[in-house]
Design a protein. Structure first.
Length: 609
């Protein structure tokens, strides 16, 4: 492994240590290491810290995990080599301590197979994907090392091309090859042989080019953010000149601390304050939800007292493709933390309003995942926009949106409200910079919010604020993706659990029909099942396919036949948990809480058989 300066990203010496020269693991150790790895289209993840502890911030990884990293790199190398000779792959890492060790292995394996490597070192996920899509020398794929919002001892890999992660069909093939390699002990010796074939000079050439590649990636990424936001530096400057605005970026040591955020926001005229802005300066849990936003909230309140222009804060996850916000609400006289579903709804409202103003006669559509709140349906209805749903997974909503465009729909906004963060076309990944640019346009261009107010017969404020805009949205109560009550542990496989659950659901519906109608205003139901990009209506196993891990959802209708609430479930693809969620229209949280409790009880009983 090379020793290098994390500030300059240049090697400190020409000493190069082959990570596979000694201490090779056994086939059994590699198999055991793979058994704890989640192989999802959203990314492959496991605890890579050598201790096996998920909160360990060591930079060292275990010998068996080193082999897994090598296998993943070889799988991608074979994939891109099958399409063309002399391919190029981008390699990048988030700000986790084990990233450099995995990147070192990935670079060695790719070079050994004859693949050209451009290394960006620490970079945000949207940054490497924008560079992959729009770089002057278009790369054939990217190999991004990250575990997104998982604890610091975790790490993993996202594979992709054309600015987004590969589809489930591709990554399922990759997963099959990974399992085959782990079963064959002879491949461990092959990894050692390939690693030994890479000359130190080759590795040094890649690392010495990091600074140049990083500068080009940042330039490409900023231009792409402006393209995605359908705006310019000049236009944003003009908006902010008449509407001074301050933002607090609490980076929590994420990869966004080494991306365009600070320079871009200052260039467009934002008054910016940063906190924990050194990559790796991780001071609280990584997932930007709940209590992990309190530092940003309290600091924003203090900044607002010092300077009233500070009205917004954001906290990204470690790879920087999510960034949930905090906003100062002057009506409440404090900083508040909107729910992830609310933020997605706000960006959806602003984007659809602008789309409809610019395209009065276009067929508009939005692609979202199954557990995204019905508040999106209410917003979409205002703009004569059709709503389409897919299974959970960024790749699924991106593919769904692409299919809709081929059918003649204009699809600008898409994403997973349940996870927070929006994807704004032509981007194929969530990006907090896209969220912030959309919010700044909403605040600085009155025609957008005024259009929304006219459609909903709302009073138009003299000056728009995030707090007012949030209060203008349809009222819903929705389970947060990272709330304790939204997670369960089950022992049954997905097929058996769903079959048992449906029997219970039918029985319970008959028994509770009067209570559901008279107390909760729920008169009927429709079941939807989501797999990949498909969402089908129907209850029963005939509406799902192996491995039966798609989303299952029961939408409840009011006395007019309008869907007004739902319960949803699915095994997580990135964590060893079973996710459940309820969504209910109105300001009364009681119906949501009752539905979620009822839903959880049926899952528990179905799991017991």
């Amino acid at each position: 492994m090379l020793i290098y300066d994390e500030r300059t990203r240049l090697p400190l010496s020409d000493t190069e240590i082959d990570p596979f020269s000694t201490n090779l693991p056994t086939k059994e150790e590699v198999g055991e290491a793979l058994s704890s790895m989640i192989l999802s289209a959203s990314g492959w993840r496991k605890v890579f810290a050598a201790s096996g502890q998920e909160e360990d911030n060591t930079p060292m990884i275990g010998h068996a995990d080193s082999i897994l990293a090598a296998y993943a790199s070889l799988i991608l190398a074979d994939h891109v080599l099958a399409d063309r000779p002399n391919p190029t792959v981008l390699v990048g890492i988030d700000a986790r301590p084990t990233g450099p060790a995995i990147a070192d292995i990935a670079i060695r394996m790719l070079l050994a197979k004859g693949v050209k490597v451009h290394y960006l070192f620490i970079c945000a996920a949207p940054e490497i994907m924008a560079y992959n899509l729009r770089g002057h020398e278009k790369s054939d794929a990217f190999f991004y090392i990250s575990a997104s919002h998982n604890p610091i001892g975790h790490n993993g890999i996202k594979f992709g091309a054309d600015g987004g992660v590969y589809s489930g069909e591709v990554t399922n093939v990759f997963a099959g090859k990974m399992r085959e390699l782990a079963k064959d002990g002879k491949n461990i010796a092959e990894v050692q042989k390939l690693s030994a074939s890479v000359k130190p000079a080759q590795m040094l050439d890649v690392l010495r080019s990091v600074g140049k590649e990083k500068r080009m990636a940042l330039s490409t990424y900023q231009a792409f953010v402006l393209e995605t936001g359908n705006t310019s530096i000049e236009a944003l400057n003009a908006s902010l000149a008449s509407y001074p605005y301050g933002i607090l970026a609490e980076f929590n040591g994420s990869a966004r601390a080494d991306s365009i955020d600070a320079s871009f926001l200052r260039e467009i005229g934002v008054s910016l304050s940063t906190l924990n802005d050194q990559p790796g300066q991780i001071v609280h849990a990584i997932v930007p939800e709940g209590a992990n936003l309190n530092l940003c909230r309290k600091t924003l309140e203090a900044k607002h007292r010092e300077n009233p222009v500070f009205m917004l804060g954001y906290v990204p996850d470690n790879d920087g493709d999510r960034g949930n916000i905090v906003c100062q609400d002057n009506t409440l006289r404090k900083a508040v933390v909107p729910e992830a579903q609310e933020v997605f709804a706000l960006v959806t409202m602003a984007t659809l309003a602008e789309m409809r103003l610019d395209n009065p006669d276009a067929k508009l559509a939005i692609a979202i995942n199954g557990p995204t709140s019905l508040r999106i349906d209410r917003i979409a209805d205002c703009f004569d926009c059709e709503v389409f749903r897919s299974e959970v997974g960024e790749a699924n909503v991106v593919q769904l949106a692409e299919a809709l465009r081929k059918r003649g729909y204009l699809v600008k906004i898409l994403g997973e409200g349940s996870n927070g963060g929006n994807i704004t076309y032509p981007a194929r990944v969530r990006d907090p910079m896209n969220t912030i640019v959309t919010l700044l346009k909403l605040l600085g261009q009155p025609k957008i919010f005024n259009f929304w107010c006219r459609l909903n017969k709302l009073d138009m404020p003299r000056k728009v604020s995030i707090g007012e805009a949030l209060r203008s949205l349809p009222e819903f109560s929705t389970t947060g993706a990272f709330e304790k009550e939204g997670k369960m542990h089950v022992s049954s496989d997905a097929r058996a659990l769903k079959n048992a659950y449906e029997k219970l659901f039918l029985k319970e519906w008959q028994e509770k029909e009067e209570e559901l109608r008279d107390k909760w205003g729920l008169y009927g139901y429709v079941v939807y099942q989501m797999e990949g990009t498909c969402c089908v209506k129907g209850l029963g196993e005939e509406f799902r396919h192996a491995p039966y891990k798609g989303g299952w959802k029961a939408c409840f209708t009011d006395k007019y036949g309008v869907e007004c609430a739902f319960i949803w479930m699915r095994p997580s693809g990135t964590e060893p948990i079973f996710r459940v969620l309820a969504d209910s229209e109105g300001s009364d949280r009681a119906r949501h809480d009752w539905l979620l409790s009822w839903h959880r009880s049926m899952v528990e009983r179905a799991d017991k058989g």
